[in-house]
Design a protein around this ligand. Structure first.
Ligand SMILES: Cc1cc2nc3c(=O)[nH]c(=O)nc-3n(C[C@H](O)[C@H](O)[C@H](O)COP(=O)(O)OP(=O)(O)OC[C@H]3O[C@@H](n4cnc5c(N)ncnc54)[C@H](O)[C@@H]3O)c2cc1C
Length: 631
């Protein structure tokens, strides 16, 4: 059957840079550069020709792409319970093997070396074709120019929540967070005067309409295609609110709010029309939704409707809007800085820092050289980890992994699991039942970050917007990515030239509990094909922007969609999780040392951010130092 007219009109059959890497792996020579040039009719100069040499240029389905994570099912089903490689085939020995090359795994290697020196033999194994874990760079090349996008971890938040050790590492990498603002590209606001807009879709609001303006302004609310009651309620919420819980003491209010969702507060106490809910976020970190955020958390964040409650909060408020450092590729640059310290040969021995990392080209062929004491082996999912004897009698660990379709194994005196903690019970089935249960407790938060290279952005300019929110649609936002200007990198120039649109989604299913929503969203993304993502991307952009001249067939040059079903670490809240003392939390029980194996990753800290990834690495390394009598 041929393609439908709707799909053809959206340009689904156009030869853009995406189809040779549908599943995130190169299946042909020439790769992205060849397709990018076919899309534009010109040969990009200086573009890498083969994504297998330089993974950031891979397009199509990326993030946790299928070839990296399809192996998880057989692992969970017990296919490798019996250690799958005979001892006689184990030829490599290391002082330390780290499973997972994200921020936690890379920083664990760094901390290990700081403690024990560069002669230590260390191997990092990761299932993806690029290092950095969630911190991934997406790179497009078009007509001789490079466009860099953020594939995952966006930035270093205000340094306030960073521990001393995490701050010290950031500084050792040559990053001065306070200088981040010097590199922020504000052209979209200051030169082109673009702001926010909202796209109202016909399925929910009876018409397709993009309205420039801020939902927080009364003028904007007056224009919204909502029922009169909903508009009145929204206007009420935006102003000074009455005390919707009058008659209760502050302590009573807090206790009640802790146990109800923000949605329930708005519907049952503030008594707003349900249409209003489309314009209220969770008001908290970690992509929580209005129906899965405890109302108390929303009130602490100063969310709309809560300013009349008269609540006081002692804790210092973490302001998520206060990111101060955002490389054009997000924290992928932090990943490259770490890798360049671990294996200087990847950048020809150059000393990188925040000023030159963005333009530095990593030579991936140097990551795993036989004569190097530090090696990073990509495309190597670990399937089994086994201490050579029970508990503290263990003297070494065997680690089995798959490389190029072949089962292999290495031996190490020590091992750190900086991978996804929920997979650990399947990697080490002998661990105690209560620890397995604790490791299985959380549900990682799924996210999708998509980068679309477009030929020109005159449609955005005409509409006066650079950021569009899409209430009730799969992608909840689409922003022009102006590209911060580190190392002379220049993203935005003028509206007749290409730019990256960054689209985000945090899939879930309203009505379910937060963990169930996370599981639903992860499953949804794992079962969507690239074609499914592409349709949603084209459909949303076209409906919002075509009245201003956007043509998906002409304007879309390349697409990279990063699905992260195994996204943010799970964090606890008062609505969904039992109130137990900190030492009884599942992540604390789950991360207990297992013989010569310790557990890192931000999952082990039940906090989703890069500082936690570093802190957990530090702890996991310390535990091994103590075990080895080194402190
Ligand atoms: C879209 C997105 C945006 C984010 N934005 C921010 C942000 O702006 N700021 C911030 O601080 N944090 C952000 N985060 C949170 C992010 O998770 C952390 O900051 C940090 O990058 C986590 O690092 P990690 O090493 O703990 O985990 P990961 O990055 O998940 O690294 C774990 C690694 O282990 C690998 N692995 C898993 N199983 C195996 C196996 N069996 N064998 C081999 N390898 C395996 C994984 O593939 C991965 O590479 C974001 C996360 C996502 C998904």
């Amino acid at each position: 059957m041929g393609m439908s007219k709707e799909h053809r009109d959206l340009g689904m059959d156009n030869p853009i840079a995406r189809r040779d890497f549908l599943n995130g792996v190169a299946i042909g020579i020439g790769g992205v550069a060849a397709l990018a040039s076919s899309a534009t009719g010109q040969e990009p100069s200086g573009a890498p020709t083969n994504a297998s040499d330089y993974p950031p240029v891979s397009v199509g389905l990326r993030g946790n792409y299928p070839a990296a994570v399809d192996i998880f099912d057989p692992i969970r089903q017990g296919k490798y319970t019996q250690f799958p490689v005979p001892d006689s085939d184990i030829k490599e020995d290391y002082d330390l093997v780290i499973v997972g090359g994200g921020m936690s795994g890379l920083s664990a290697a760094h901390f290990w070396r700081v403690g024990l020196g560069n002669n230590q033999r260390v191997l990092i194994l990761d299932n993806h074709d690029d290092f950095g874990g969630h911190a991934k760079r997406n790179e497009f090349h078009h007509n001789g120019r490079t466009y860099i996008g953020v594939g995952g971890t966006l930035g270093i938040a205000t340094p306030y929540p960073y521990s001393f050790g995490a701050k010290a590492l950031i500084s050792e990498l040559g990053i001065d967070v306070a200088r981040g603002r010097d590199f922020t590209n504000r052209d979209l606001e200051t030169k082109y005067h673009l702001g926010v807009g909202t796209f109202f879709n016909k399925e929910l609001f009876g018409q397709d309409l993009l309205l420039p303006g801020n939902v927080r302004s009364k003028d904007f609310v007056d224009k919204m295609p909502l029922s009169e009651e909903a508009r009145k309620d929204l206007t009420r919420l935006l102003g000074k609110n009455p005390d919707y819980m009058a008659g209760m003491s502050e302590a009573e209010k807090k206790a009640k709010l802790a146990k109800m969702s923000f949605q329930d507060f708005l519907l049952n106490y503030a008594k707003v029309h349900k249409e209003v809910l489309h314009f209220v976020g969770g008001g908290s970190r970690n992509s929580k939704k209005v129906d899965s955020t405890p109302a108390l958390e929303a009130a602490r964040q100063g969310s709309m409707g809560t300013n009349g409650l008269g609540l006081k909060f002692e804790e210092e408020r973490f302001n998520e809007g206060s990111y101060t450092l955002h490389f054009p590729d997000g924290n992928a640059s932090v990943g490259l800085l770490l890798v360049s310290r671990l294996i200087p040969a990847v950048v020809g021995g150059q000393r990188l820092d925040m000023n030159n990392v963005v333009q530095a080209k990593c030579d991936y062929s140097k990551l795993d050289e036989a004569d190097s004491t530090m090696r990073i082996r990509l495309g190597s999912p670990v399937v089994r980890v086994l201490n050579d004897a029970p508990g503290d009698t263990a003297r070494s660990v065997k680690i089995a992994y798959i490389k190029n379709g072949k089962l292999q194994a290495v031996r190490a005196k020590n091992c750190i699991l900086a991978c996804y903690n929920q997979l650990i019970p399947a990697l080490m089935p002998e661990i105690p039942a209560h620890q397995k249960e604790a490791l299985a407790y959380p549900a990682k938060v799924p996210l999708n970050y998509t980068n679309v290279l477009i030929r020109k952005w005159t449609s955005f300019q005409k509409l006066g917007v650079s950021r569009i929110s899409f209430p009730g649609m799969w992608f909840t936002s689409a922003n022009l990515d102006a590209g911060s200007t580190f190392g002379g990198y220049q993203g935005v120039t003028n509206p007749d030239e290409p730019i990256i649109i960054h689209m985000t989604c945090t899939p879930g299913k309203p009505g379910l509990s937060r963990k169930e929503q996370n599981r639903f969203g992860a499953h949804e993304m794992l079962t969507m094909s690239f074609h499914d993502f592409e349709f949603k991307i084209r459909d949303q952009l076209t409906r919002a922007l075509s009245p201003a001249g956007f043509d998906p067939k002409e304007d879309i040059l390349a697409i990279t969609t990063n699905r992260w079903p195994y996204g943010y670490a799970y964090t606890y809240d008062t609505l969904n999780d039992p109130d137990v003392p900190p030492e009884q939390r599942p992540h604390v029980i789950g991360r207990a040392r297992l013989g010569r194996v310790t557990i890192a990753n931000s999952d082990a800290g039940a906090a989703a951010f890069t500082n936690e990834a570093f802190d957990q690495a530090n702890r996991a390394v310390e535990e091994l130092f103590i075990l080895n009598g080194l402190t």
